[in-house]
Design a protein around this ligand. Structure first.
Ligand SMILES: [Zn+2]
Ligand SMILES: [Zn+2]
Length: 446
């Protein structure tokens, strides 16, 4: 029998073949729409020792009868034969947490998992207190099942075979989402997730040592052992230069967007890219490279745009981004560059240098406080002494989109290698290739 939490909600809880129950949209839903909101129950602070059965049964006993009933109607995750009490099994199979506490959301728990979810949970205490929401990530058609990812941080960096082992162990089900379905799409998604893992590691000062993770062979035990790679990765001694940090964050945001990961994560990637780009801009003191200033603006506008697909402009997360952008724009170097690009400020040009109609490369603030246009060849000597900064022009740089296209299309290994070779190493965006190339090449060879 179909049940609906309340008639006004855009979904009904219906039986689904081989999946028990699931939440099916009963009308089209738009991105950013709040599908359901509910309070936390059984909120338990995780004690210094471990969480025991007593903590959980005590919290359960304190619930009003109606809430007890809704908890007891949740899925038990029956595979956990080591857990003897029903309340324990239900709690383990449905718990939400953040490391310092765990809790239940009886209705949100009824949404099934997908590794390519069309909805996400929003449980930012600044916006919602102890309530949580399910928010649509994209258009959801009437009749489509609404799903969120039970642990996106883990599943966005694991291959389908690894996730199968993990989901079986933790929840006792087999995922039937598009990313777990194998075939051409499954392989492309595995490759992207391995790249996401490599980039996340590098941005945390780690280096993924083994890209053989896409290799075949090995049973379930090996799959889980491979996951330890994440912790065993080697610490990289030197910090990432700002330009590389920007490039890696752009590529990470790009990969996450292509993979259908939460918009809030993608927005933060672009925000971090903008911050890194601004760091690089400020390292040049009185010379302001115009393309870098444009990039800061481009990345921040993208970040805000992506965030506001799923959050209102008044939401805490949107506001954080908007005020970060405001603070960036008040930095003198960026302020001057953007005003110049807007035509609001004039600079003295080098007419003789611009015979080829070359665009100004940078502006310099002279000692007398005037703005002076600089062309590329004038800047080269400024950068010569600095191998941490790349001044390659935009046309030399493979874009993240280009890299992704290379990975997605059936580019031969030879072609890919020459593509990588011709772009050299450690250029601005090209820097990301040094990370992406081994995986892409490995995948192409299969
Ligand atoms: Zn899946
Ligand atoms: Zn929020």
């Amino acid at each position: 029998m179909a049940t609906s939490p309340e008639d006004s909600h855009p979904f009904a809880i219906l039986p689904i073949p081989n999946k028990g129950y699931g939440c099916i949209a009963n009308r089209p839903i738009s991105p950013g729409e709040v599908i359901y909101q509910e309070a936390t129950i059984m909120h338990i602070a995780i004690p210094a020792q471990r969480l025991t059965e007593t903590h959980i049964t005590t919290a359960f006993a304190a619930l009003p009868d109606a809430q007890k009933k809704s908890v007891l109607s949740l899925h038990e995750g029956t595979h956990r034969t080591d857990l003897h009490s029903k309340v324990m099994r239900i709690f383990k199979a449905n718990t939400f947490g953040n490391g310092s506490a765990c809790w239940l959301h009886p209705t949100i728990s009824r949404f099934n998992h997908s590794c390519v979810p069309n909805a996400t949970t929003h449980n930012d205490p600044c916006c919602l207190g102890d309530e949580a929401q399910i928010v649509a990530e994209r258009e959801i058609a009437e009749g489509e099942e609404i799903c969120f990812s039970y642990n996106n941080e883990m599943y966005e960096i694991t291959t389908a075979r690894q996730r199968r082992a993990l989901l079986q162990k933790q929840y006792g089900f087999e995922c039937d989402c598009r990313a777990c379905g194998g075939g051409e799409e499954g392989r492309a998604r595995d490759a992207r997730r391995v790249l996401i893992k490599a980039l996340r590691a590098r941005l945390h000062g780690l280096r993924t040592s083994d890209f053989g993770i896409l290799d075949d062979g090995g049973g379930e035990e090996n799959e889980l052992a491979e996951l330890d790679l994440w912790v065993k990765e080697v610490q990289v001694k030197e910090a990432l230069p700002a330009g590389k940090r920007a490039a890696y964050n752009v590529l990470l945001g790009n990969l996450r967007e292509a993979e259908g990961m939460p918009a809030t994560d993608v927005a933060v990637d672009y925000w971090h890219a903008a911050e890194a780009m601004l760091d690089q801009l400020m390292q040049m003191q009185d010379v302001v490279v115009l393309q870098w200033a444009k990039n800061v603006q481009l990345y921040m506008e993208k970040a805000i745009d992506v965030m506001e697909r799923v959050r209102s402009p008044y939401d805490h997360e949107s506001q954080t981004l908007r005020s970060a952008w405001k603070a960036m724009q008040s930095r003198p170097c960026l302020k001057v560059a953007l005003a110049y690009l807007d035509g609001a400020l004039e600079a003295k040009g080098h007419e003789l240098m611009s015979v080829d109609d070359e665009e100004p490369f940078a502006i310099q603030i002279t000692k007398s406080g005037e703005l002076q246009v600089l062309y590329k060849n004038e800047c080269d000597k400024l950068f010569e002494a600095r191998d941490d900064i790349s001044v390659a022009s935009q046309e030399d740089e493979p874009s993240p989109d280009g890299i992704l296209r290379s990975i997605r299309t059936k580019m031969s290994t030879e072609k890919l290698r020459s593509h990588i070779a011709s772009h050299g190493v450690y250029k601005l965006i090209g820097a990301a290739l040094t990370c992406a190339a081994p995986v892409a090449a490995y995948w192409m060879m299969r």
